[in-house]
Design a protein around this ligand. Structure first.
Ligand code: ATP
Ligand code: MG
Length: 139
């Protein structure tokens, strides 16, 4: 079933000029980039986006990281896009990520792990509206 997910190319990847390389892995996996924008996330946006992690010890560090450099926010579309993109990203900690995944190829550490992808279709919908207007997504 065609589905949409929300993706962020994180600051460690944009800093190393890896946007195109990450997008190649995404497209080779059969996912279509139907919206994309490079932005400087504000502190308020990052805190809201990662609200579910606010009690975690790494929350402060995570917010500082996400606002440290520009990010690329994206909407990806394809069959089972949420699960498919989680597969393509690889494990949160690159040390545990499978060969060929974005995090195995490019991530630097568990914190600076190159990409975000929604963990459910419900969260994907909530995350997409935080960054995109409906008319800016052209499937
Ligand atoms: P994301 O939500 O970014 O797609 P994820 O779902 O694989 O990643 P989560 O458990 O939701 O992982 O954690 C959110 C983000 O918080 C991680 O991607 C990572 O950047 C950061 N993070 C998670 N665990 C740690 C940790 N132990 N130390 C530092 N940062 C962490
Ligand atoms: Mg997550």
């Amino acid at each position: 079933m065609a589905e949409r997910t929300f993706s962020i190319i994180k600051p460690d990847a944009t800093r190393r000029n890896l946007t195109g390389k990450v997008n190649t892995v995404i497209e080779n996996a059969g996912l279509r980039i139907v919206a994309q924008r490079r932005i400087q996330m504000s502190r308020a946006q990052a805190e809201k986006f990662y609200e579910i992690h606010k009690e975690r010890p790494f929350f402060g560090e995570l917010v500082e990281f996400m606002i440290s450099e520009p990010v690329v926010v994206q909407v990806l579309e394809g069959d089972n896009a949420v699960a498919r993109y989680r597969e393509v990203m690889g494990a949160t900690n690159p040390a545990n990520a499978d060969e060929g995944t974005i995090r195995k190829l490019y991530a630097e550490s568990v914190g600076e792990n190159s990409v975000h992808g929604s963990d459910s279709a419900e969260n994907a919908a909530l995350e997409i509206v935080q960054f995109f207007k409906p008319e800016d997504i052209v499937g």
